[in-house]
Design a protein around this ligand. Structure first.
Ligand SMILES: *[C@@H]1O[C@H](CO)[C@@H](O)[C@H](O)[C@H]1NC(C)=O
Ligand SMILES: *[C@@H]1O[C@H](CO)[C@@H](O)[C@H](O)[C@H]1NC(C)=O
Ligand SMILES: *[C@@H]1O[C@H](CO)[C@@H](O)[C@H](O)[C@H]1NC(C)=O
Ligand SMILES: *[C@@H]1O[C@H](CO)[C@@H](O)[C@H](O)[C@H]1NC(C)=O
Length: 453
């Protein structure tokens, strides 16, 4: 009974060993392929058995992040994930023979790689380097790499900050023409856009719109090269620039319009306008930092600044003109008055004598009419010596009254002159104000229409 049991156990163990899975390592696959570090067959030449076969390279680029878009230097820095697939005709194995192993990862420098490069790239890539490639049992080799592409991109800043930029990354083989190497895109535009939008980590100032994939080819000296163009389209989020730049200038313009309601004299308005103009010119310095010096087309924002600056300058000049005219008029009034005062002011000695005589001689009709009724009474009633003194006092009083009257008329005249010159200034101001408002609203609506278009 015990013997039977032990026999059964032995049989069981034996069958177990027989059914045990075969153990495989990746090295077995490499040994099968004879892929060793000193075997240069895999490294040196394009991996085709017949040299007329082109190697087909499939390329995929997905956008991870837009790191920078610098208008001043026309630089576009996207962070992309790039993957490449090509076939190596020297590699193949049967996964069934190697416990179902279908892929093996290897150091990149064991194998030949296509010489793919980016035309627009201006700086060597310094992002972390992925040292491995995958080989598959059907001979496919796949590699992935994160690349920070510092590329040149011709940007159009005409509509800044309401602009949409598109930048190209053109990928092609450096040496191999279409006879040796075909370059095909792996994803079409809709897939690339969709994946990029899903993977996008940071968007920052830019809103990513589309990644278009265009496969073309170009000819150079009778040879043709395949080329894939990845066209990134993105839209600027203008909020920061609107808050930082457009609105302040608009506010200063409003202040300038409001300054028409400041009284013209004493130069306060002039000082205010000069201050506002200076504030705008400080803002213009910011613009210099952002925009590149473009020769062909003036950006709308530059037009915006310059025209508003010019309008405010015009209003400042108008204020100077009005101030000058008012000053001139009041000076003229002053001169007129001074000459009139010189002619009016008769010699007080002769005056007293004539007046005295007129009082003493009641027959002088013209003078008598000017006398106060009381004085006439006194003149009629009193002819004594004491009355002479009284008459003298009366005479002085009359003189005083006359002077007072004269002063009063001067004041009236002065007031009238001021009023006339103010009216004159008001008329100029009103005309200019209407012109200014029309010009400003016309210009603003025009330029915003341009920005919106
Ligand atoms: C493997 O490669 C080595 C070195 O290149 C060579 O000597 C050897 O003959 C190759 N073996 C096979 C089976 O191809
Ligand atoms: C990007 O590539 C497309 C397609 O070739 C081309 O029409 C466009 O002008 C290019 N854009 C830039 C900025 O080079
Ligand atoms: C793009 O590729 C996806 C699959 O990758 C496919 O479903 C879709 O129809 C393709 N779109 C176009 C426009 O070819
Ligand atoms: C573009 O790619 C398609 C397949 O994705 C291919 O059929 C076509 O020939 C390519 N066009 C060019 C000009 O290479």
């Amino acid at each position: 009974m015990v013997q039977a049991a032990s026999l059964f156990l032995i049989i069981f163990i034996l069958t177990d060993v027989a059914s045990c899975k075969k153990v495989c390592s990746y090295q077995d696959v490499l040994d099968h392929l004879n892929l060793t570090t000193d075997n240069s067959v895999f490294r040196l030449t394009r991996p085709v058995l017949d040299h007329t076969h082109p190697t087909i390279v499939q390329l995929d680029i997905i956008l991870y992040a837009i790191l920078a878009v610098i208008e001043k230097t026309q630089t576009f820095v996207p962070f992309v994930w790039a993957s490449m697939m090509w076939s190596n005709e020297r590699i193949s194995w049967d996964p069934a023979q190697f416990c179902g192993i279908t892929q093996v990862s290897l150091p990149q420098d064991l194998l030949w790689k296509p010489d793919i490069f980016i035309y627009e790239m201006t700086q060597k890539d310094e992002s972390p380097y992925n040292p491995y490639v995958y080989i598959f049992h059907d001979g496919t080799v796949a590699t992935e790499q994160d690349v920070k592409v510092v590329s040149t991109c011709k940007m159009d800043v005409y509509k800044f900050p309401f602009d949409t930029q598109s930048c190209n990354i053109s990928v092609s083989s450096a040496m191999h023409s279409v006879d040796e190497l075909r370059l095909l895109p792996y994803s079409n535009s809709s897939r690339a856009t969709q994946f990029s939008q899903k993977l996008m980590k940071s968007q920052g100032e830019w809103e990513f719109l589309q990644l278009a994939v265009i496969n073309t080819s170009f000819t150079y000296e009778d040879k043709q090269w395949d080329q894939i163009i990845y066209k990134f389209t993105m839209k600027r989020r203008p909020l920061l620039h609107v808050i930082n730049f457009l609105l302040p200038i608009l506010f200063f313009l409003c202040l300038d319009i409001a300054s028409f309601f400041i009284a013209d004299h004493r130069g306060e308005k002039l000082g205010f306008k000069v201050t506002v103009l200076l504030a705008i010119s400080v803002l213009l310095l910011i613009l210099n930092d952002i925009l590149p010096s473009m020769s062909n087309k003036t950006p709308l924002i530059a037009t915006y600044c310059i025209v508003i600056f010019a309008l405010m300058l015009l209003s400042l000049l108008e204020t100077i003109l009005v101030t000058y005219l008012m000053e001139k008029q009041s000076q003229k009034k002053l001169r007129d008055r001074q000459t009139r005062v010189q002619t009016d002011n008769c010699n007080p000695e002769t005056r007293r004598q004539t007046c005295c005589s007129c009082i003493c001689k009641p027959s002088d009709g013209e003078r008598r009419r000017e006398l106060l009724p009381a004085a006439e009474e006194v003149n009629r009633g009193l002819q004594s010596a004491e009355s002479q003194v009284l008459l003298l006092i009366l005479e002085e009083l009359k003189d005083l009254q006359k002077t007072l009257n004269l002063h009063l008329s001067w004041r009236e005249e002065e007031e009238g002159g001021r009023e006339a010159s103010v009216q004159y200034a008001t008329r100029i101001n009103r005309a200019f104000f209407i012109f200014y408002i029309i010009a400003v609203s016309l210009f603003l609506s025009l330029i915003f229409m341009q920005w919106n278009a």
